[in-house]
Design a binder for this molecule. Structure first.
Ligand code: G6P
Ligand code: MG
Length: 231
């Protein structure tokens, strides 16, 4: 009887120390930049006379800039050359950067900074794993650029989510095994990338969309160190 209790205690303690690193997606987890992406793509779509709705914008979450443009073109049955696509993506980015350059710390999503700080205080490593090439600028604007032990962004990866490259690079830079990492993601492709990398994953958003995650929360304000034990 006594031995059984001890075993349970060991099992729980073991589980408690299982997560050694938290890897955070940026857009939709730390900040809500989807609205800025939408406004910049919408401006481009209007200029080209293409249809693009907020519903279509959902398809672009977690997807690279180039692929996002291709999706908009495909939805409209339009074909462009590689040179034209480079030019159009660059134009969209100029408008997007104009908007994010005005971002402020009050745009951090509720609970995000608090949870990152709680992880660090508990000795849990923190990393950023985002497809965005503008990650550093956003982190600086919101005052969170010093809160990650590793920052893997769109400039450091060649394969987009659902490929696990971005998260595996994060784990490697932290020196933590994938099975001891948990990823926080709002995009289906990101949840799939974390699973493909052999990591745990907490979905941020709706359970209907992110059903493959270990569990789903509406935001990091619902997350706590205690909940890491459930992974
Ligand atoms: C994130 C966003 C995507 C965006 C991508 C690239 O993954 O969720 O919507 O397309 O980053 O962002 P960038 O800032 O490099 O254009
Ligand atoms: Mg995201």
């Amino acid at each position: 009887m006594q031995a059984g209790c001890d075993d349970n205690f060991y099992f729980r303690s073991h589980n408690m120390s299982n997560i050694k690193a938290c890897i955070f997606d940026l857009d939709g987890v730390i900040v809500d930049t989807a609205i800025y992406h939408y406004q910049a793509w919408k401006r481009l779509a209007n200029q080209l006379g293409l249809n693009f709705t907020e519903h279509d914008n959902e398809l672009l979450k977690g997807v690279s800039r180039t692929r996002s443009l291709e999706i908009i073109l495909e939805l409209n049955g339009v074909v462009k050359t590689e040179a034209e696509k480079t030019e159009l993506a660059s134009q969209k980015n100029t408008w997007y950067v104009e908007m994010i350059s005005k971002m402020q710390p009050d745009e951090i999503l509720p609970g995000a900074k608090e949870f990152v700080l709680a992880c660090r205080a508990a000795g849990i490593k923190t990393a950023l794993g985002s497809a965005s090439k503008n990650s550093m600028m956003i982190l600086e604007k919101i005052g969170m650029d010093k809160l990650f032990d590793a920052i893997i962004d769109g400039n450091k990866v060649s394969k987009a989510k659902p490929d696990p490259e971005v998260f595996l690079k994060g784990a490697a830079e932290l020196g933590i095994a994938p099975e001891n990492c948990v990823v926080f993601e709002d995009a289906i492709a990101g949840v799939e990338a974390a699973i493909a990398g052999g990591m745990k994953v907490v979905g941020i958003g709706s359970p209907e969309v992110l059903g493959k995650a270990n569990f789903v929360l509406s935001g990091l304000s619902e997350m706590s160190l205690a909940k890491l034990d459930e992974l």
